[in-house]
Design a binder for this molecule. Structure first.
Ligand code: GRG
Length: 299
């Protein structure tokens, strides 16, 4: 009997409800472990976690887990940790000291709703609790693999990844930037977390070097592709809401190579990502579907 092709939508429909339930449970669980005086902080964390987020990184984590044969329930703590870190980065990125955005995930950004101090602390708490959550993997995987996965997450979320990329993005002069410099920022600021979502299941499963290499090639390609797709969406007036005027000039892919060449580069990276996979018995279908979504997304 023929099966329907896995699409981003079908995969998302199949996985996101359980991911969201798990995320809600983590907030309840933390709340049961701490004084009720911290409830407003947990409320701020929950507020930013929930909204119009696509859950792209947890879905990538689940798709990569499918690829290497890890059952969905076992990867949930890692999927949750990556969404916590991504959400903290959005909360902090929206602050007046950074991108100064009033809206996020279809509602007022954290500092608009709770004030700057609480938004900073909600971000800090999400980042810290992400690493506490990683250790919920311990009953399911050999401990040395969990430690290695935590190390990968820490380094890609830290100076050599997300935070370093963000630092460069806000501190360099965008008016004189070259394309390689822009790519360097993209690879770190946006690509690193996407890459770690894909790599961590490989590490946890004890996959051989060849498979980890495939996942790395896929993750690197779609990580950069995702940022290009963001630039393309941002510069196309017919697509997506306008982000509104930027406080500072910001270099983008489409500025360097125009919209149609940026789209071509995006398509090429998606092909590179898909070609890197060697899907045995359809286990790579979700990763392929997510790559295709990144290549064609409208939001
Ligand atoms: C503050 C350390 C720190 C880092 C901030 C997230 C980030 C780095 C910057 C946001 C700026 C931006 C729009 C980057 C483009 C790529 C990106 C991360 C988009 C948002 O991710 P989505 O589309 O968001 O996956 P949802 O809400 O769907 O999860």
């Amino acid at each position: 009997m023929s099966r329907d092709k896995v699409t981003f939508q079908s995969y998302s429909d199949a996985r996101v409800p359980a991911i969201n339930r798990y995320l809600k449970e983590t907030i309840l669980q933390t709340s049961s472990l701490v004084s009720a005086r911290f409830t407003p902080l947990l409320d701020a964390m929950e507020y930013s976690l929930f909204g119009e987020g696509k859950r792209l990184r947890p879905l990538l984590m689940c798709a990569s887990a499918d690829y290497v044969g890890i059952p969905f329930e076992k990867i949930l703590p890692a999927a949750c940790a990556i969404e916590y870190i991504h959400t903290y980065s959005l909360v902090h990125d929206d602050l007046p000291a950074m991108d100064n955005d009033d809206f996020r995930r279809g509602k007022p950004s954290s500092h608009k709703k709770y004030g700057e101090a609480t938004a900073i602390l909600a971000g800090d708490a999400l980042l810290t609790e992400a690493f506490a959550r990683i250790f919920y993997l311990l009953p399911h995987f050999p401990h040395e693999r969990v430690l290695k996965a935590a190390q990968v997450l820490g380094s890609y979320a830290g100076v050599g990844g997300l935070v370093g990329g963000q630092f460069l993005d806000i501190s360099v002069d965008h008016t004189n930037m070259t394309l390689p410099e822009l790519e360097f920022i993209h690879i770190h600021k946006t690509g690193a977390l996407i890459l770690s979502s894909v790599l961590m299941p490989g590490i946890l499963s004890g996959a051989d070097e060849k498979r980890v290499k495939q996942l790395r090639r896929y993750g690197e390609a779609i990580g950069l592709a995702f940022q290009i797709s963001d630039d393309v969406l941002d510069s196309d007036p017919h697509q997506r809401y306008s982000r509104g005027p930027r406080s500072k000039p910001r270099a983008s892919y489409s500025q360097f190579m125009g919209l149609s060449e940026s789209r071509e580069r995006l398509a090429q990276l998606i092909r590179t990502g898909i070609d890197a996979l060697e899907s045995a018995g359809g286990s790579g279908e979700p990763l392929i579907a997510i790559a295709e979504f990144i290549g064609t997304r409208k939001a």
